[in-house]
Design a protein around this ligand. Structure first.
Ligand code: IPM
Ligand code: MN
Length: 417
């Protein structure tokens, strides 16, 4: 796991937290390898912990990947690379060329979060006044564009063990299992034209034009139909076709593609109705297809059905090349350094990495079963704590995941032996 980061550690000031997370990954990973069966398939994973709690949850996900992989005879090589505020600190740009190059060469990218930069124990919104190209968040958009990952999969699943964590009524949340497919590299996020100007009245104007082309809609709709077909064959496309031209075309193309998938039941909802229905009766949804901005909003809204954004994994996929696998929660600087955050979103992102990134379904299921087992054994981080369960921190949750993956793993004095 040396890579770019290892070289830079010597010459530049790396946030202390980042160094310790890196060391921790080394130590625990080398121990886990002992429990492995002889490996036969090799993959390289680019690991980009990024900022804030990314540095806490990613080591947990790396451990889970390595152990589940080794149990399936996979040899995973991890290459840690800087991104976001951590990269700005190291080399002055949020997405160093080397990070993008090595991410492109990898088999999959495991990303923590980009956002505010963390300085030891004081959390500073350090880059807020920087120009756009020097903000940590820009790295995420550049990485998505660079890897051409146009489809964003955000599953919303209510685990039976966690039904009490919901913000909705328990009987509303029970059994919810939704896959949100969000277009990721077009639409209003990638707008042309966009910018700032002054109108004839001398009034300052900011503008950003949403547009979707037929081929862009077809591209993402095909992904959604194919995924819906493997699920419960119900696809709900979400737009604002009463008002927005991009949405009108979106609806027309999705309707047309529906003819190619007679087995998939297609419906269309306006974004406002969809938001309401996600809260009122979420079980009606199976697969949801939507654009970049509506998808951003409704995936956070839907996160409150399971009850914590700390449970939400995601995958960003292209037609070929490595995908990006990332917990949805972001860098959460206020929670950083306390060992309280929930690593399950990152661990479930690791399962998605196996499933969609490496096509290693058995390893994916091992991780998902381990998560379920840990919950059965009553372990909960603070965000999902309910009466009668056991409160644990991020690291301990990670250790329990490893135990659930392989009973031979043991822990003494907080270290794996
Ligand atoms: C997300 C985030 C990003 C997005 C931001 C950080 C650019 O909110 O992944 O949901 O809107 O895509
Ligand atoms: Mn978001």
């Amino acid at each position: 796991m040396a890579g770019a980061l290892g070289l830079h550690v010597i010459t530049t000031q790396l946030p202390i937290a980042f160094i310790s997370a890196t060391k921790q990954t080394f130590r625990r990973a080398s121990v886990i390898r002992c429990a492995a069966n002889p490996p036969n398939k090799r993959y390289t994973i680019a690991v980009l912990p990024g900022d804030g709690v990314g540095n806490e949850v990613i080591p947990v996900a790396v451990d889970a990947l390595r152990l589940a992989g080794s149990l399936e005879g996979l040899d995973l090589r991890f290459e840690e690379l800087p991104i976001g505020g951590a990269a700005l600190e190291l080399v002055g740009v949020p997405l160093p060329e080397e990070t993008l190059r090595k991410a492109k060469q990898s088999d999959a990218v495991l990303l923590g979060a980009v956002g505010w930069h963390v300085l030891i124990i004081v959390y500073l919104p350090k880059w807020d006044n920087s120009p756009k190209h020097l903000k940590p968040i820009t790295a995420l958009l550049q990485l998505r564009a660079g890897l051409e990952v146009f489809s964003n999969l955000r599953p919303i699943t209510v685990f039976p063990q966690l039904v009490d964590s919901t913000y909705l009524r328990k009987d509303t949340a029970e059994g919810v299992d939704i896959m949100i497919i969000r277009e990721l590299t077009g639409g209003i996020y990638n707008a042309h034209p966009r910018g700032f100007t002054t109108n004839e009245q001398g009034d300052e104007v900011g503008f950003c034009t949403e547009s979707y082309s037929a081929s862009e809609v077809d591209h993402i709709a095909r992904v959604a139909f194919d995924i819906a077909k493997q699920r419960r064959s119900k696809l709900c496309s979400v737009d604002k076709a009463t008002i927005l031209e991009g949405s009108m075309l979106w609806r027309k193309r999705v309707t047309a593609m529906g003819l190619e998938y007679p087995e998939v039941e297609v419906s269309h909802l306006l974004i406002d109705t969809a938001a309401m229905d996600l809260v009122r009766y979420p079980r009606q949804f199976d697969t949801i297809l939507t654009g970049v901005m509506f998808g951003d909003i409704i995936s956070d809204l839907a996160a409150m059905i399971p009850g914590s954004v700390g449970l939400l994994p995601s995958a960003a996929l292209g037609d070929s090349g490595p995908g990006i696998f990332e917990p949805v929660h972001g860098s959460a600087p206020k929670h950083y350094g306390k060992d309280t955050v929930n690593p399950l979103a990152a661990v479930l992102s690791a399962a998605m990495l196996f499933r969609y990134g490496l096509k290693e379904e058995n390893a994916a299921q091992r991780i998902e079963k381990a998560v379920s087992d840990v919950l059965d054994r009553g372990f909960r981080t603070r965000d999902i704590l309910t009466p009668g369960t056991t409160l644990v921190g991020c690291k301990r949750m990670g250790e329990e995941i490893l135990r659930s993956l392989d009973a031979r793993v043991s822990v003494s004095n907080g270290s794996l032996v």
